[in-house]
Write a protein that binds this ligand. Structure first.
Ligand code: CMC
Length: 391
């Protein structure tokens, strides 16, 4: 079978070539289809970036209107999906619910046998992009004991999401443009990140030619973990714990450095970025702006700043090239926008969805072989079977 190299965690193994996202971890560069993350976060809107990732080019006006129009027309979710949703306990984690319901979509929109019919695949893509935020808001509404809101198709993508999250039938609700813009930026920053854990999962599942919904559902599950997307929830929980504990960061730095203590500084470190995470820079600035604009004074922001500064001056973190990542400040913004902590990772998923779709599509179009890593067996050599009484 030839020589097998073991690379646990795939630290040095490339799984594919890709035209989608360029990342230079030494220089802190991130580009989608050649466009810098700084430019896109500043000048584009989330659906324009989604189009760029999925179809390869920034949309012209007609393409943009067409794409947004199609997504807008598909935001409603089949009422029978609600029956599945209603069966979840009220305290079910939204990420588990999202993964389950996206998987359930494969039952509502089965793929036909013409596996490479781009028109049909496109419709699945539109449905996913359109319905995903709608389903996400169900989780929050249920947790509040409130009726769900239907999508309003005169609103843009982020405003519609905010409306479904926060509008109450008993009062007027107006989307705050500061909130909508901040959300738009966060979603763009999360939209793709080449072959990370969840994206690699989407590709691996997709490589067996499983359908889009199943592949994305697997990606959501992978994203949930605290070492990946779940870090944004873990960061706020950590900062809250520090606050409860009197606000001193030294004890937590010491815990993070202690190899006998499993505690890690959440929101710190990255497999690829070794000088800084460009997304974190944009988000840190945005956190300051958004909190000031909304008049929110969150003591946790000061703790975050203090922790960052202490860590960046600490030999342990310097020598290991550990810097704040995208999740260090994102939770602070989400919280200022009124999004509850257990929805943070869902927000990441809404942002990452177009990236997953683009990567799934690229894999599919490349005709790459099924993903099937090898191993080096380290278990027992051949043994003789023992009857149960002799064991
Ligand atoms: N706190 C304390 N020590 C750390 C941390 C941390 N957050 N991150 C890495 N280290 C240490 C680690 O113990 C190891 O030390 P040593 O060489 O002495 O054994 C060294 O730094 C290298 O770490 P690693 O675990 O080998 O690095 P990795 O590339 O496998 O892990 C990571 C990357 C992001 C999983 C890790 O840095 C981590 O667990 N960070 C905290 C969780 C987090 O914030 N995750 C979000 C990642 S960004 C959003 C996303 O893309 O999902």
């Amino acid at each position: 079978t030839g020589h097998i190299t073991i690379d646990p965690g795939f630290k040095n193994t490339g799984s594919t070539t890709s035209d989608i996202t360029y990342l230079d971890g030494e220089q802190g560069l991130l580009r989608y289809r050649g466009y810098s993350i700084e430019d896109l976060a500043d000048k584009a809107d989330f659906l324009g970036v989604a189009y760029l990732l999925i179809y390869g080019e920034l949309p012209n006006e007609k393409q943009y209107d067409d794409f947004v129009g199609k997504i807008t027309r598909h935001t409603m979710v089949n009422e029978d999906m609600r029956k599945i949703f209603d069966g979840f306990p009220v305290n079910a984690h939204p990420m588990g619910v999202m993964s389950s319901l996206v998987s359930a979509m494969s039952g509502f929109y089965p793929e036909s046998y013409s596996k490479n019919d781009m028109e049909e695949i496109d419709l699945h893509i539109i449905r996913l992009m359109a319905k995903f935020p709608t389903i996400a808001t169900w989780c929050y509404k249920k947790s509040q004991g409130h009726p769900i809101n239907y999508p309003k198709n005169n609103l843009d993508y982020t405003s519609n999401f905010l409306q479904m999250m926060f509008a109450l039938p008993v009062e007027d609700y107006k989307v705050d443009p500061i909130v909508s813009r901040a959300l738009n930026k966060l979603l763009i920053l999360h939209a793709d990140h080449e072959q990370n854990c969840s994206t690699s999962t989407v590709r691996l599942v997709g490589s067996s030619q499983a359908n889009l919904y199943s592949s994305i559902s697997a990606g959501i599950s992978a994203l949930w973990g605290p070492l990946h997307g779940g870090a944004n929830q873990a960061v706020i929980e950590m900062l809250e714990a520090i606050k409860e504990d009197g606000g001193g960061v030294e004890k937590y730095l010491a815990k993070a450095k202690d190899k006998d203590d499993p505690f890690r500084l959440m929101g710190f470190g990255h497999r690829v970025y070794k000088n800084f995470d460009p997304r974190a820079r944009i988000i840190k600035k945005s956190a300051d702006e958004v909190l000031a604009a909304l008049g929110v004074d969150d003591p946790v922001l000061d703790i975050a700043r203090g922790l960052e500064e202490a860590a960046l001056n600490d030999e342990y973190f310097i020598s290991r090239k550990l810097y704040p990542n995208v999740d260090f400040y994102s939770g602070i913004i989400y919280r200022a926008l009124g999004i509850p902590v257990n929805m943070f990772t869902v927000m990441f998923a809404i942002g990452r969805l177009p990236g997953w779709i683009a990567q799934w599509l690229e894999l599919r179009e490349s005709g790459q072989a099924i993903g099937r890593p090898r191993q080096i067996y380290t278990g027992e050599t051949a043994r003789e079977f023992k009857e149960i009484g002799d064991r």
